[in-house]
Design a protein around this ligand. Structure first.
Ligand code: SF4
Length: 65
């Protein structure tokens, strides 16, 4: 799996960081930084929560080929 973030949509709410801090870092002013774009399968649940609860739908999970 691969995480992608649309920085045009991100408004810095940091919900993603609250759900999965090992993968998302959000500065107090600014947009999300994805710390690791290729999470291990064990992390899928946390990353999926971050994607689901992002208020602007800025995050996406795609599957690797
Ligand atoms: S929750 Fe969504 S809008 Fe908020 S910082 Fe994360 S990606 Fe950006």
């Amino acid at each position: 799996m691969k995480i992608t973030a649309d920085l045009d949509l991100c408004q810095g709410h940091a919900v993603c960081q609250a759900e999965a801090p090992e993968f998302f870092d959000v500065p107090s002013r600014g947009t999300v930084e994805v710390l690791n774009r290729h999470p291990e399968p064990e992390a899928r649940e946390a990353v999926e929560r971050a994607v689901r609860y992002c208020p602007t739908q800025a995050l996406m999970i795609t599957e690797d080929d």
